[in-house]
Design a protein around this ligand. Sequence first.
Ligand code: HEC
Ligand code: HEC
Length: 369
Amino acid sequence: MNLQGLIFQKIEHRIIAGTVAFLAMMAIIGWIAINEPGRMASFEQQYLARSIERGAGLFASNCTECHGTDGRGIVGRAPGLNSPYLFGHDFYGAIDRETSNLEAELNNPNTTEERRTEIQTRLTELQTERAAIGQRLATVSTIPGYYDPESPSRLTNLAWGSTLYNFVYTTLVHGRPASSSYWGQPMAAWIQTGGGPLRPDEGQDIVNYILNWDKGEDWTVEDLLAVNQFPIRPVDPATVVSGDVETVGTDVAAIVAELPSFQGDPQNGMTLYQGALGCLGCHANAQIAPLTDGTWTRVQEVRLQDPAVQALLPEQTGEAYLAFSIVLPHDYLVPPYGPVMTATFGAQLTYQDLADLIAYLRSQDQPIQ
Ligand code: HEC
Ligand code: HEC
């Protein structure tokens, strides 16, 4: 008698054993299939975690010098990325959604009087809440760069049609060559495909790291106020330097002769200075550029008394000095600063813009600290 004969003496036993083995196999395969999505998800999660970890290292060695160790930006150097603005968090979002739903209910003729009274009470509450958030958000105006809580998404403001992932990755590939005209140092191309030093997978790791800062609905006003620098909205050359708009150029004597026919508006000058032209991005931190506070006093009491400055001006007035330092910033360097101020304002500003800027800077006449 052979061994098989011993174990499965009868053909029926063999059939049963075969069936049991088959069913057991199916059960195992089924179990694996059921668990596969979970297994894949945990695998992907581990993969993402490792990618984020590598990205953190690459960010620390390549990006913090301009974007700050915590990614919150450095005044005058580069905008914050670890910022509710980049992720498009709307601090009014929940309130505004509830408000418009309630208003729709009010417009519905079937809504009962009782419900209407309820809605009115809730709408008043919501208005108060919105105003309170607005008050807290108002302090954000002391941070240089552009941020408007009513228009809280960087990507929407740039009319970017794709995902945040693609936005960050594309910025890394190509850099922002034109940003040298409104930042001291431009954002360079970082990925090999765009001529930079990093491999594409390293770029993806960095993007995963940056996206890992997203807090979704949990961003707080404190997170926003912790940002050191917002992006600067460059002057769109198409709207400023068009054929029929005359820009001031860099001939200071000609500018000084022409300026008195323009009435400067200090309010508009302040808007240009703090917003579109990005002057405040540098002039808010004495480490980077002379402080805005006290500019006019310094001009009168220090610059105009300096023979080196006198020799460069067509006439010895504060207006002439300001015009000169805005259109030819590198011809005289205020000590101890280097030649980092944007040198292309002559080609961007109209006479009215320059008159407005000077009117604003004239109001900065606090005593020198
Ligand atoms: C030499 C300074 C410098 C370094 C280093 C630098 N950046 Fe930038 N980066 C900038 C400046 C300046 C801007 C703003 C450009 C603009 O306004 O168009 C910018 C913009 C960006 C933006 C777009 C932000 C926005 O809201 O438009 C991203 C994303 C970014 N940088 C990521 C990085 C990453 C990642 C690294 C490291 C691999 C890095 N940067 C290194 C200066 C730098
Ligand atoms: C990228 C940084 C940067 C930007 C942007 C910038 N500046 Fe400057 N600015 C400097 C630095 C640095 C100095 C000092 C060195 C020098 O004289 O060029 C300076 C000097 C000046 C001075 C002379 C101040 C003094 O105490 O004598 C004036 C005025 C001035 N800037 C106005 C402006 C205006 C107006 C704008 C915007 C239209 C502007 N700056 C944008 C960096 C900047």
